[in-house]
Write a protein that binds this ligand. Structure first.
Ligand SMILES: CC(C)(COP(=O)(O)OP(=O)(O)OC[C@H]1O[C@@H](n2cnc3c(N)ncnc32)[C@H](O)[C@@H]1OP(=O)(O)O)[C@@H](O)C(=O)NCCC(=O)NCCS
Length: 146
């Protein structure tokens, strides 16, 4: 298994996983394409034998020196083997290298496997913010100081 910067030819498979795992909450394809265009090293993909198993997408707020984990998805067949954690760890390293002071993310309060990964990697915060995405759903914002 390798984790590398995503290439344009990876994007359709990444979009398919994003739509499969997030359903109606997924980023539309055109948004992912445009995020790909501006994402530099912080759009990464995990592959085995040329098959895409998962991806992680970061973002940067350069004025606040803040990095964001915007999306993380692992194909259902590839879960439970540490891939989500490895992708998150690698994305943290890439965002740290961009001179960020902290890294932030949002997560559903009931997303136990994702929250476990984030806590294991040093993210803190359990304040539940209602209607964060104007969808009448709760989210937790977690942060990790670099
Ligand atoms: C969240 C997600 C990326 C995890 O991927 P993964 O490759 O299975 O993750 P890992 O194998 O690295 O780790 C999962 C951890 O959660 C644990 N876990 C799994 N289900 C769990 C549950 N119901 N309760 C508690 N812990 C759980 C696993 O034991 C593992 O912990 P460990 O490393 O101590 O063994 C994957 O489930 C996914 O794509 N989900 C849909 C998209 C999503 O929710 N993304 C995150 C949005 S913020």
């Amino acid at each position: 298994m390798t984790i590398n910067k995503a290439k344009l030819q990876d994007l359709e498979s990444i979009i398919a996983i994003e739509q499969q795992v997030f359903n109606t909450d997924s980023y539309p394809a055109f948004v992912l394409r445009q995020l790909f265009d501006i994402s530099g090293d912080y759009f990464i993909v995990a592959k085995e034998d040329d098959k895409i198993l998962g991806y992680a997408l970061g973002g940067l707020n350069t004025q606040k020196k803040q990095g964001w984990i915007l999306s993380l998805g692992v194909h259902p067949d590839a879960r439970g083997k540490g891939l989500g954690k490895q992708l998150t760890q690698r994305l943290i390293e890439v965002l740290k290298a961009e001179n960020t002071k902290e890294i932030a993310l949002t997560v559903y309060p009931d997303n136990t496997s994702a929250i476990k990964i984030y806590k294991d990697l040093g993210f803190e915060g359990n304040e539940v913010l209602d209607n964060y995405f104007f969808d009448n759903e709760d989210r937790i914002v977690m942060k990790k100081m670099n």
